[in-house]
Design a protein around this ligand. Structure first.
Ligand code: PLP
Length: 380
């Protein structure tokens, strides 16, 4: 019997024990660098914690199970996970990337990947097909949906058909919705990436990343890369993510409920020029979301009438914290132009409508009336 996603956040499937041999309900933190062998050719299955550690292995099994992947590998950050995936490519390879991505991914592609001879072309995949941009040396398509911060929705099935026709890998950063709301592998993606720092951890208390592979063949390559380059998640951080995931379902439901409330409230405010939340029926991606996800998430973006108002809001919010990051129980407000997207070229920002009046909210699980009250006093 396959468990429902809510159960999978807490238990592995039947054969796999949720506890270790001791029966500990909370999986132990194996704080060790290395493992003893009982003799030549005899092994417990563990050699050295850069390669594998029981606590890391446990969180990897949970994440692979949540995404329906062949394997998941836990990294020390979302960026180290993305950097590891880029090691699959060689100088001379070309990638098509969506043009509204997490700023750190853009910085990686434009500075590190380019230096290593990997060429990227950015395309608005929510509006355009990838096909005209595919060249002889194109190896992969990289995207997020909904995108950061403009909440564009991309049809994963459609992009995956184009990718399959030309033998390209489809890589989806699924951080914004978490595996609770969206499973890109089931829609045709080959690799899923998470910044575990966000919804999986859920408490703004640690940094982590995941690469989930759809096939054993890709998984083997990722395993070789982590063993060689060494950015594995530590035992303690693995435990924090394991603990975070146990409440993923309830956190996502509550945060989503709050986000819809806030979106509807913002939409009616005279100071707000536009409210972008894919759970609003007039969002251009609403119908695609209905087809490919189980929910709309808790990220929303809005534009106010002036930069002065942005400054006022960021100064006056009390419950809502002015901070980078997302996906935690605390509601955070971000100013993309100076924070998450500071290193994105100005032309790209302008093209995507990211101006100095755009704010992003990661809605947490506080009381929604308290959140609205906080915004109301900050707007005044
Ligand atoms: C935060 C984030 C990352 C980077 O993850 P870190 O854990 O901060 O390294 C990558 N993609 C998205 C969509 C993110 O929000």
């Amino acid at each position: 019997m396959a468990y429902d996603i809510e159960t999978k956040c807490i238990h592995l499937e039947e054969k796999e024990p949720t506890c270790d041999k001791s029966g500990a309900i909370s999986f132990p933190i194996y704080q060790t660098a290395t493992f003893a062998h009982l003799g030549l050719g005899k092994s417990t299955g563990y050699d050295y914690s850069r390669l594998q550690n029981p606590t890391r292995e446990q969180v990897e099994k949970v994440v692979a199970n949540l995404e329906g992947g062949a394997d998941a590998v836990a990294f020390s950050s979302g960026m180290s996970a993305i950097a590891a995936v880029m090691e699959l490519f060689h100088p001379g390879d070309h990638l098509i990337v969506d043009d509204d991505l997490y700023g750190g991914s853009v910085r990686l592609f434009l500075n590190i990947s380019n230096k290593n001879g990997i060429e990227v072309t950015s395309v608005n995949l929510s509006k355009e097909s990838a096909e005209p941009y595919i060249k002889e040396n194109t190896k992969a398509i990289f995207m997020e949906t909904p995108t950061n911060p403009m909440m564009n929705v991309i049809d994963i099935r459609k992009i995956s058909e184009a990718a399959k026709k030309s033998n390209l890998l489809l890589i989806v950063d699924n951080t914004f919705l978490s595996p609770y709301f969206q499973n890109p592998l089931k829609l045709g993606a080959d690799i899923v990436i998470h910044s575990g720092t966000k919804y999986l951890g859920g408490h703004n208390d640690t940094i982590a990343g995941f690469v989930v592979s759809g096939t054993r063949e890709i998984a083997e390559k990722i395993r070789f890369i982590i063993k060689t380059t060494g950015a594995g998640l530590s035992p303690f951080d693995s435990w924090l993510i394991l603990r975070g995931i146990k409440t993923l379902a309830v956190r996502m439901e509550k945060a989503q409920e709050n986000a819809l409330r806030l979106a509807l409230w913002l939409k009616d405010r005279p100071e707000v020029v536009r409210t972008i939340y894919p759970g609003l029926t007039d969002h251009p991606g609403y119908q695609i979301m209905k087809k490919q996800t189980r929910g709309f998430g808790a990220m929303l973006t809005f534009e106010v009438s002036s930069k002065e108002l942005v400054e006022q809001i960021l100064k006056k919010v009390k419950i809502i914290q002015f901070a980078e990051s997302l996906g935690g129980v605390e509601t955070l407000i971000t100013y993309p132009i100076t924070q998450t997207h500071a290193d994105v070229p100005p032309e790209s920002l302008a093209k995507n409508g990211i101006n100095d009046r755009v704010l992003r909210l990661s809605v947490g699980i506080e009381n929604s009336e308290d959140l609205i009250g906080d915004l109301e006093q900050a707007f005044r």
